[in-house]
Design a protein around this ligand. Structure first.
Ligand SMILES: Cc1cc2nc3c(=O)[nH]c(=O)nc-3n(C[C@H](O)[C@H](O)[C@H](O)COP(=O)(O)O)c2cc1C
Length: 203
């Protein structure tokens, strides 16, 4: 909910309470059909606070980044940039590949950050989750991603951290997140992201 002042005419000024939902755009750095990170995003879509919608965007179909194409962006990139612009906040779920962010995710981020004067991520609030069957839950990738978010001038939520280790034991064969503690943390992360988004909008 946002307060918005409207001038009807020079003598009348009214404040409307707008009940516009907060739109979060979520994407996962995995193309795998049964991706655990995608499963976290699906769980998040069930756990969003009221007056909030989570829209999930697939990173399928991005060509490898090529700076020569910046002045004629591929259609997929145009769609991604438009979705980011339209969203109030972002939610990223990242796997860990060789202790870092998967190339698929970095490639999509690099596209949307360009051209130089049209970084779609500029000033956006963002929350991050990571998941791995390993014990560290993709923590190393998550912290590489957080460094990238600084470069993009995004405003990331610091807590709660959602780092899901042994994720293969927490998601069932249908892709449902069954671990209650993880569901609770994702719910808290989303509350925190929405609160942060509203605070930034008031400025
Ligand atoms: C190229 C590659 C590198 C990987 N490196 C790591 C790693 O450094 N740390 C880790 O915890 N898991 C690593 N894994 C395992 C992934 O965590 C695992 O494949 C996971 O399921 C990927 O996430 P997804 O289910 O969302 O696709 C790696 C997997 C691949 C394919």
């Amino acid at each position: 909910m946002f307060d918005r002042e409207i001038d009807i005419n020079p003598w009348i000024k009214i404040t409307l309470i707008m009940s516009k939902p907060i739109i979060i755009l979520g994407f996962a750095g995995s193309l795998r059909r049964n991706s655990y990170n995608k499963a976290l995003l699906y769980a998040a879509s069930e756990l969003v606070p009221k007056d909030t919608k989570l829209e999930i965007f697939s990173l399928e179909g991005f060509p490898p980044f090529n700076q020569d194409l910046e002045d004629r962006m591929p259609q997929k990139v145009k769609e991604f940039k438009a979705k980011i612009r339209a969203a109030d906040a972002l939610l990223i779920a990242t796997p860990e590949h060789n202790y870092s962010v998967p190339g698929v995710l970095k490639n999509a981020i690099d596209w949307a950050s360009r051209p130089y004067d049209d970084n779609s991520f500029e000033g956006k609030p963002v929350a991050v989750m990571s998941a791995s069957p390993g014990m560290l839950g993709g923590a190393r990738a998550q912290y590489h991603l957080r460094q990238v978010l600084v470069s993009l001038n995004m405003h990331a939520i610091n807590r709660p951290e959602v780092i899901v280790g042994s994720v293969d034991e927490k998601i069932d064969e249908k892709g449902n997140l069954t671990d209650e503690e993880t569901r609770k943390r994702i719910g808290q992360l989303l509350e925190s992201l929405v609160d942060w988004t509203k605070r930034l909008k008031k400025k």
